[in-house]
Write a protein that binds this ligand. Structure first.
Ligand code: 9D3
Length: 271
């Protein structure tokens, strides 16, 4: 069972948002637990205040160190639990980071509000600084929900067999191809002929082509990476019997090209 503790001023928001669908079922099955801790419950201020002005001036308020520290201690005790602070000043969140965090037994997610949190408590409790992208949110709650969702999906048993096979298999560096269901014609639009042909070799070729065109159009950054990989795979195919393992590693997205120049290829194998 992987435990998520979310420190926030808006516990209902995160609790409700994560109680539905796949994560709701995972919690019912005790594969994960999600508890939202209200930072305000830990203030020593008699009026329940958790924020104050910043030293040095400037607009806005800051969350004070004391309630954040005591909220963290209420879940961690004297233990050290990995603590992710959701902040615009963090490193961009990626699937790789989600995989890394899913190896923890327990995780604290700290949501900031106002202009942020007093630096001194961050120095004492935070192990990871994460942003979910370059746009302005109101607070860390939505970002924490994004991280919990992406990490919890990787906990064994949370996804069914079909769902996990999908995430583990090929199509790395490429966007998915378009998909169609019944009826065969809708608003005058027909399902592409090839998908009704039953010829799976042809279908796979069509889907790959669609994925490539779509990636080139919508994600030129990913497409450049894909093309570099294909170039290296082609080079390796000159000695296929020797390099078959490297070729498969690359096409399955299990390795990264560190260096490729002339006849030298260096591949990094994570884990
Ligand atoms: C001086 C400008 N400030 C307000 C406009 C900066 C600011 C403070 C706090 C901007 C946003 C926030 C609240 N955002 C988050 O806590 C946050 C966030 C985000 O805004 N974008 C992407 N990822 C994240 S993770 C946490």
């Amino acid at each position: 069972m992987m435990k998520f503790h979310i420190l926030t001023l808006f516990p209902k928001m995160v609790q409700q948002g994560l109680a539905t669908s796949i994560l709701g079922r995972a919690a019912e099955k005790n594969l994960i637990s999600i508890d939202a801790v209200n930072i305000r419950d830990y203030t020593q201020d008699k009026h329940g205040k958790v924020d104050d002005y910043t030293y040095g001036g400037g607009a806005g308020m800051l969350m004070q160190a004391q309630p954040v520290y005591d909220a963290y201690r209420s879940v961690a005790g004297e233990k050290k639990i990995r603590c992710v602070y959701l902040t615009p000043q963090g490193a961009p969140f990626t699937q790789k980071k989600a995989r890394e965090l899913s190896g923890e037994e327990e995780l604290v997610l700290l949501c900031g509000h106002y202009e942020g949190i007093d630096e001194r408590v961050l120095e004492e409790v935070v192990t990871d600084y994460i942003s979910i992208g370059d746009y302005v949110l109101t607070g860390g709650e939505l970002a924490a929900m994004v991280v919990v969702d992406a990490v919890a999906r990787l906990v064994p048993g949370v996804l069914n067999n079909d769902e996990s096979a999908e995430t583990e298999s090929f199509h790395n560096d490429l966007l998915e191809y378009p998909q169609y269901s019944r009826p065969e014609e809708w608003h005058g639009k027909k399902v592409p002929e090839v998908l009704l042909s039953g010829n799976h070799k042809k279908i796979n070729a069509w889907r790959l082509e669609q994925s490539e065109r779509r990636t080139e159009e919508r994600r030129p950054d990913l497409y450049a990476k894909y093309q570099e990989k294909q170039k290296v795979i082609k080079k390796l195919s000159a000695k296929k019997r020797i390099f078959i393992h490297m070729m498969e590693t690359l096409s399955r997205g299990l390795g990264e090209i560190l260096y490729a120049e002339g006849k030298n290829v260096l591949i990094y194998l994570p884990e």
